[in-house]
Design a protein around this ligand. Structure first.
Ligand code: NAP
Length: 263
């Protein structure tokens, strides 16, 4: 590295070193695209939340870096030239760490941010700014489909006398007082027909969802619309102030052209 105007500015190594932050299907695609290029050195990083993640090529590390400081140490020791952030739109901690570390160390940062789902005609969306606000909006419903992953279910733990349907990829512990809970362990994509069947079978009155965007889990939103049911829709956390890419191909092309969207 060299010091320039008080900033650490990286000198590009001959083989560009990339840290790909994963945890999404888009990250899997990027891992495959990047690993086809012999001229690149790619490390893919996962948080380690999923016991059987989709197969990835090349070096894969798991378990986090120890906050922004730990990430900075990793980036420096490994002489990383690029972070490609393909984490989930709600994974704001790792995104903020990565963005801040890149800014500080003068490393290129490219972020994938799939567009949120738009509210369509006949959708009945009750918007919530976060999961706690979503949990506060339940008084009038007793049969609730929680499809928000497993990490933030604790916000719903204090709701009593409800009937929950909880769907997540991994098994989860969730036992609100005087409530019944049915668990479904499944990974998308889900079809509209299957989602309609599920809503009917469990006589769902309201769906709780994050506005994750993408096709894999959209059928539940379409099913709620078709059945005239409300959706408590949790809005996205704000991301870093920089240009993002909506799809894998756009990001990959920008990367090949050497673009850095967040300096
Ligand atoms: P988060 O709140 O942003 O991150 C929490 C901590 O987990 C981070 O501070 C970091 O630990 C570690 N971490 C997260 N993603 C990582 C990655 N790709 N590589 C290494 N460490 C990572 O993230 P989250 O919401 O818990 O999500 C965890 C993972 O699941 C992410 O990779 C995300 O893409 C995926 N995911 C999340 C959601 C969701 O709704 N949040 C949905 C689907 C998939 P250190 O601080 O120790 O580095």
């Amino acid at each position: 590295m060299i010091v320039k105007a008080g900033l650490w500015v990286k000198v590009m190594t001959e083989v560009p070193r990339i840290l790909l932050l994963g945890g999404t299907e888009e990250a899997v695609r990027l891992n495959h695209l990047l690993s086809e290029r012999a001229e690149l050195s790619v490390v893919t990083s996962l948080a380690g939340r999923t016991s059987a993640p989709t197969a990835l090529n090349g070096e894969v590390i798991t378990g986090g870096f120890g906050g922004q400081e730990g990430l900075e140490t990793f980036l420096t020791e490994k002489s990383v030239d690029y972070i490609i952030d393909a984490t989930h739109p709600f994974a704001s901690q790792i995104t903020n760490s990565a963005f801040m570390a890149c800014q500080k160390l003068g490393i290129n940062y490219l972020r994938l941010d799939r567009p949120p789902w738009p509210e369509k005609q006949d959708d009945i969306w009750i918007k919530a700014r976060n999961v706690e606000e979503a949990a506060d909006k339940h008084e009038t419903y007793s049969r609730i489909f929680l499809s928000i992953g497993r990490q933030e279910l604790t916000a719903f733990q204090q709701l009593s006398n409800k009937q929950f349907l909880v769907r997540s990829i991994e098994a989860v512990a969730f036992n609100p007082p005087a409530s019944t809970v049915r668990f479904i362990q499944a990974r998308g994509p889900f079809s509209l027909a299957a989602e309609l069947e599920l809503f009917k079978e469990y006589q769902i009155e309201v769906l709780v969802s994050k506005n994750s965007g993408g096709d894999a889990t959209y059928a539940k939103i379409a099913a709620a619309r078709e059945l005239g049911l409300p959706v408590i829709m949790i809005e996205r956390p704000e991301g870093p102030n920089c240009t993002t890419f909506q799809d894998v191909d756009g990001l990959f092309q920008a990367f090949l052209l050497g673009r850095n969207t967040c300096t």
